[in-house]
Design a protein around this ligand. Structure first.
Ligand code: GLC
Length: 727
């Protein structure tokens, strides 16, 4: 297409978008003018009365239907009807995809957008219109119980994946990114105060949120924790100053669910638009605050306009084209399989044990081989109609080719005997929702009791039930789980691996879990290691396809796996206060010269890739320019495969302390054996800026930069080149 044609297309798209947004603006104004103050306030919180809502939570009936808000009869607004994710819609029968951290390991933004579309369609088929599942909290420490809900530890990677999901979902429904911000300790989420400098906040913890805002996301969910002394849900700096004013966010902000704010006046003044899901602080206080003039009506109008505008953006697709047949359709389940296949990371493969060849009998060992293990049982819990376990996937795929014998591994010696009599062994080990996940305990719920509205006489039994709950009682969905106590596998799993691999060295360990697992005590004793995360409803089939070589593993770690927990930042799951600085993950290990067990971005393949001819289109640029570069990638091995090419950049002689290098671009490329492709990247130099606290803005330094293009963050064969930025 010629350049002129291209420009013409852009102009006409802009026009149609502009007229649509003018129409939405007009309609928003019209609807707003029809609403009474009571109706406006009704739009600013959840529809459900508090005590019946609590009872559902206690009964484990959490998330069994979309949560609703603000459907005003006679006005014609669609209201808010939201449902959780991120591994799919959480309602009965929806497609269960691999968890986000697994999808992060696929580094495939095209696939992530398709998953977003599938989720958006299913949500609409269920009658929902807001997907609460774009979790882009930065993974600061792998002990975080909800690590599985986010994509990884690197801000650029996280932003790209979050944008892709948002773009897909928003073809059909509103998407909501969460939890804004600094939410990365689960057990302490209702109390911890995160102290952070403006530089660390803007450079490390916020840029990925900014990316989804720039993508036009409809909704941002605030976090439970505090930042620099104030709860995030009522934090004026975060919500009003940064999100709404500095970034120009046009959508609406919603609280996190269970008392995500503590003070209605502070929250509304800070820019909090919607308190979900029950009648809580806003319901009890906003009317009085407005009547007394303590909260200006303009702020109420602002919140309601934001809510209406986003609802209207999606109301014209309320057309009945979303039939129930879309839910877990063949197409969506095929995407879940593709996603699981692409997310599996081959960490080790001594003697090329994988893919399996010449094997007649394989021992499948471990309890996790035979149970559906799709991840957390908190708000992200999905309810698929089936889950293909590793054992089921292997049995089906191996039928007639390789005999698979199963041993649950509860007696390691017995398992070793099964292993000794087999040609190869696969152990499935790792975590479940009991070890890591969302956490809400009765103690926390009781601590919030001062906020609870007075129960009506017929509701008193619910309040009594809550009072009588013991610390260990499950609150329906949210116990156990929480942050991990250890970064290694359980001692039972480690003993099993050591005992079995002593009997048969041809051992493959498939590790399930939501983030990094330290493997030092056993990794040298086994031939192959596959990180399979929580791989979704088709996970067992994906694993079998990789074992047999029907699919070549191409996933890469979206996090670093250290040799020792001491190489990671300080983490305390019960912290009242904690300080977050610039350093975590691969950036911290590299700065402190700690060799990782497996580097960020690392993953093996059944084939070999060769990188050549890195070329920078220009080597002297100005701060507002975009760096263009290319390299040649060839598949020099015998298998078709996909390589994730990564570009890292270092600033040389920066005036501030910087990471040794940081990821700035990546792409997933498919190549058949012998194929050669030119891979191109464009990196706006704004991506290299540091946050200057005295100027309160990002600055692209006029210094020299080094480009490092390779297959992972520590690739010894990476290609290198330099360029400089001049004012
Ligand atoms: C929870 C979670 C949040 C979820 C929401 C609704 O407490 O923190 O991620 O979207 O409530 O279920």
């Amino acid at each position: 297409m010629s350049r002129n044609n291209c420009d013409a297309k852009n102009i006409s798209t802009e026009k149609s978008t502009a007229s649509t947004s003018q129409q939405i603006e007009k309609k928003t104004g019209e609807l707003l003018s029809k609403l009474t103050i009571d109706e406006k306030l009704q739009m600013m919180d959840g529809d459900a009365p508090f005590w019946p809502g609590m009872e559902k939570m206690l009964d484990g009936k959490y998330n069994e239907h979309p949560w609703t808000s603000g459907i005003i009869p006679g006005i014609g607004n669609p209201g808010i009807r939201c449902s959780d994710g991120p591994r799919g819609i959480v309602l009965q029968g929806a497609t269960t995809f691999p968890v986000s951290i697994a999808r992060g390991a696929a580094w495939d933004t095209v696939l992530e957008e398709k998953i977003g579309e599938a989720i958006g369609r299913e949500l609409r088929a269920f009658g929902g219109n807001v997907f609460l599942g774009v979790c882009v909290n930065l993974l600061r420490h792998p002990a975080w119980g909800r690590a599985q809900e986010t994509y990884g530890e690197d801000s650029h990677h996280l932003g790209e994946m979050g944008v892709a999901l948002t773009r897909g979902v928003q073809k059909h429904a509103m998407a909501c990114a969460k939890h804004f911000a600094l939410n990365s300790i689960e057990n302490a989420r209702f109390k911890v105060d995160v102290k952070i400098s403006r530089r660390a906040l803007h450079e490390v913890y916020l840029p990925h949120f900014r990316q989804v805002v720039d993508e036009g996301i409809s909704c941002i969910m605030s976090a439970y924790n505090r930042m620099n002394g104030e709860w995030c849900g009522q934090n004026k700096i975060l919500l009003r100053k940064i999100l709404k004013e500095k970034w120009g966010f046009k959508g609406f902000i919603v609280t996190d669910w269970f008392f995500g704010i503590r003070d209605a006046k502070k929250a509304v003044l800070a820019g909090q638009d919607l308190e979900m899901p029950f009648h809580m602080h806003y319901h009890s206080n906003l009317k009085q605050l407005v009547d007394k003039g303590e909260v200006p009506v303009e702020l109420i109008d602002e919140a309601v306009s934001r809510l209406l505008r986003e609802q209207l953006r999606y109301s014209d697709s309320d057309s009945g084209e979303y039939s129930r047949k879309l839910i877990a359709s063949e197409e969506h389940r095929a995407l879940a399989l593709e996603s699981a296949e692409k997310s599996i990371v081959l960490l080790q493969n001594k003697e090329n044990l994988l893919p399996l060849t010449g094997v007649k009998k394989i021992a499948v060992i471990g309890k996790l081989a035979d149970i559906p293990n799709t991840g957390d049982a908190g708000s992200s819990k999905t309810r698929p109609d089936y889950v293909i376990t590793p054992l089921a996937g292997i049995k089906t795929a191996f039928k007639g080719k390789i005999k698979a014998v199963y041993n649950d591994g509860s007696d390691p010696e017995h398992a070793a005997k099964t292993a000794a009599g087999s040609d190869a062994v696969i152990i499935v080990a790792g975590y479940t929702h009991s070890d890591e996940g969302e956490f809400l305990d009765p103690e926390t719920m009781k601590k919030m009791a001062s906020f609870y509205p007075e129960p009506a006489p017929e509701e008193e039994y619910i309040a009594r039930r809550l009072e009588q709950m013991k610390p260990e009682d499950s609150t329906g969905a949210f116990l156990p789980g929480g942050d991990r106590d250890s970064l290694t596998l359980s001692s039972e799993d480690e003993t099993l691996i050591k005992t079995v691999s002593a009997a048969n060295k041809k051992t493959i360990v498939a590790v399930m879990g939501g983030s990094a697992i330290i493997m030092e005590s056993w990794r040298e004793k086994v031939n192959s290691i596959l990180m399979i995360w929580y791989p979704g409803m088709e996970g067992g089939k994906a694993l079998a396809n990789i074992l047999l070589g029907k699919v070549n593993p191409g996933g890469k770690l979206p996090l670093v796996i250290p040799e020792k927990a001491e190489h990671l930042p300080f983490f305390d799951k019960n912290a009242e206060k904690i300080e977050y600085d610039l350093w975590h993950g691969y950036r911290k290990l590299e700065k402190e010269n700690h060799k990782p067990a497996f580097p960020f971005g690392f993953g093996l393949s059944y084939t070999d890739f060769q990188y050549k001819n890195l070329l920078l289109c220009e080597t002297v640029l100005s701060p507002s320019d975009t760096l263009q570069l290319q390299l040649e990638l060839s598949n020099t091995g015998k298998f078709s495969g996909e390589e994730i090419v990564q570009v890292y950049i270092s600033a040389i002689n920066s005036c501030v302390e910087r990471a040794v290098k940081e990821l700035k671009a990546f792409t997933r490329v498919a190549l058949v054996p012998g194929e050669n492709k030119t891979v191109q990247f464009e990196i706006p130099l704004a991506k290299l800026a540091y946050y200057n606290e005295s100027k309160e803005e990002f600055v692209v330094e006029a210094v020299k930069y080094e480009v490092f293009a390779g297959s992972h963050s520590m690739d010894p064969n990476a290609l290198k080149a330099c360029f400089s930025v001049q004012e």
